[in-house]
Design a protein around this ligand. Structure first.
Ligand code: HEC
Length: 176
C-alpha cells in the first residue's frame, strides 16, 4: 500500500515520455516566444532579397504595349483586386467603402486624371495612405494591365465622338 504513491508517480513520469507524432509542440504564427523575444513569425533579416524578387522587379520596368488582351486582363484583375474598394467605375464607392473603409479619391478626379501611369503602378506596388501594397498579389505585368484598364475607365467619361474611329462612329450615331 505504501508503494502506491511511488507507482503513481512513476506512471506519470513514464506517460510524459510518450511524446510521439500524435502530440507535438506547436506555436501559432503570432505566439510570442522567449527565444526570439517576439512572435514566432520572424521578419526577414535586413537587406535580404527573396529569390524571385529580382526577376519580378526587372519586369516591372517595361510597360507592355497596349492591346485588347492587355485591357481584358486589366479589367479582370481590376474586378478582383481593386473594385471591392474603388468600385467598378473607379468612383471610390466599392462595397468595402460602403462598409466603412475610407473613401479613396475617384479616378475621375482632376488630380488622378493628370497623374501619369507610373503613379498608378507605384500605388499598386507600394500602397498609398490607408491602402496597403498589392505587390505580393499582383505581379508587375498585371499591374501594367490594371493601369491600362484604369486609363480606359478614365477615358470612358471624357471621350468625345472624335475619339471614336470613323467606321464605328456611324454605329453610335444611328443607335437608339
Ligand atoms: C481595401 C480597399 C482598397 C483596395 C482593394 C484597393 N484600394 Fe486603392 N485606395 C484605397 C484607399 C482607402 C485609398 C485612399 C488612401 C488614402 O488617401 O489614404 C486608395 C487610393 C488609391 C489611389 C489614389 C492614390 C492618390 O494619388 O490619391 C489609386 C490610384 C489606387 N488606390 C489604386 C488601386 C488599385 C489599382 C487597386 C487594385 C490593385 C486598389 N487601389 C485596391 C483602398 C483600396
Amino acid at each position: 500500500m505504501t508503494r502506491l504513491p511511488l507507482i503513481l508517480a512513476l506512471a506519470c513520469l513514464l506517460a510524459a515520455c510518450d511524446q510521439n507524432m500524435d502530440q507535438q509542440p506547436r506555436y501559432s504564427g503570432y505566439s510570442r516566444v522567449p527565444l526570439f523575444r517576439g512572435s514566432v513569425l520572424r521578419p526577414p533579416p535586413a537587406n535580404t532579397i527573396a529569390r524571385d524578387d529580382l526577376a519580378r522587379e526587372k519586369s516591372a520596368g517595361s510597360k507592355p504595349a497596349l492591346t485588347p488582351e492587355l485591357l481584358a486582363r486589366g479589367r479582370q484583375r481590376f474586378g478582383i483586386f481593386c473594385s471591392p474598394c474603388h468600385g467598378a467605375g473607379g468612383d471610390g464607392t466599392g462595397i468595402i467603402v460602403q462598409r466603412g473603409m475610407p473613401r479613396p479619391t475617384s479616378y475621375h478626379d482632376d488630380r488622378l486624371l493628370a497623374a501619369d501611369d507610373q503613379h498608378f503602378f507605384d500605388v499598386i506596388t507600394n500602397g498609398y495612405g490607408a491602402m496597403y501594397s498589392y505587390a505580393a498579389r499582383v505581379p508587375p505585368a498585371d499591374r501594367w494591365a490594371i493601369v491600362a484598364y484604369i486609363r480606359a475607365l478614365q477615358l470612358s467619361r471624357h471621350a468625345s465622338l472624335d475619339d471614336v474611329p470613323a467606321d464605328e462612329r456611324s454605329k453610335l450615331e444611328t443607335s437608339p
